[in-house]
Design a protein around this ligand. Sequence first.
Ligand code: PMP
Ligand code: GLN
Length: 380
Amino acid sequence: LAQRLQGIPPTVFTQMSALAQRTGAVNLGQGFPDEDGPASVLERAAAALREGRNQYAPGTGVPELREAVARHQQRHHGIDLDPATEVCVTTGATEGVAAALLALVDPGDEVLLLEPWYDSYAAMVQVAGGVRRGVTLRAPDFRLDAAALEAAVTPRTRLLLLNTPHNPTGTVLTRAELEAVAEVVRRHALLVVTDEVYEHLVFDGHRHVPLATLPGMRERVLTLSSVGKSWSLTGWKVGWATGPAHLVSALLAAKQWLTFTSGAPLQPAVAHALDAEWEWPRRLAVDLQRRRDLLCEGLAAAGLEPRVPEGTYFATTDVSHLGWDDGLAFCLALPERAGVVAIPTQGFHDSPAGDHLVRWAFCKTDAVVTEGVRRLAAAE
Ligand code: PMP
Ligand code: GLN
């Protein structure tokens, strides 16, 4: 194995989903819904396949999807984009992260990550030759401490890789927190890549604020999102990067050698999702809020008092209250003890702050969530 990949553990999501399959446990681990996205979007994809939309799309994506992404950013966030130069379709947000880091990080450059981070960030910072610096969102409320962010900046800091709504904690950064971030970014002339794949999945009247909308940020921020979470199509792996032409063309410089272009026939269907089904994510969020409450009440009843998330479809608990100081050991024992699978998040931290934190997904049917918490309550 090449040095650039050494020391990166296999992704915990694969490990835990395999554990769920092997043991027949209720899978509250990997974040994917067990219901499909909008029927009209599935129909549009089938039609695109039959209509012969099956050869290479342009590297930046089919024009109808780039235009739909620009309309999406305008409709939901008031951001104006030129679909010709300020939008690039990616193979999921995962490719967006990879291409952005390969394009913007030189060996030795430092990259700031909110800790806990999404696992692909740490892997790709290393592949790009960068050095990560975590800024911990501390339990129990997982807020961003702007002073800690400022303190993590050094003369080698190149980039901040932000994520809000935040996986795994469920924190939705407030406008005030983002203003503090923008201040640090301006002061140190940093670049920002912001992963907003959960932009529509917010609860209780919380609002997602894209960093790109804050003063002075437009020229510095590359925003990533995808169809997977908001339209329940995680297997499609269609995402998009938006931002100033200089950052989008940098991303494309890397993307052209990773995939050249993303899958063609799904792109018209994703354009249809963004336009014709633009209200679908709002209904999903209402549904998810109910499931969040089912999960959180059930976890509390089982002695696993969660931090109630403001967004995403994950809730986090501290299992040390149950006498476990190692979240991985807790999760490995859980299928046997309770018939449930969850995600230990210690691999998403450098600091010991995450050693006993465990993440539970509620993007599952009410029946699955209810059965999961029933089993947890019944466990020894
Ligand atoms: N970023 C975050 C924070 C995620 O939780 C996920 C989950 N899949 C992704 C990126 C990946 O998105 P995609 O499936 O579009 O590659
Ligand atoms: N984003 C999802 C999660 O956090 C899926 C992860 C994955 O499949 N790599 O669970």
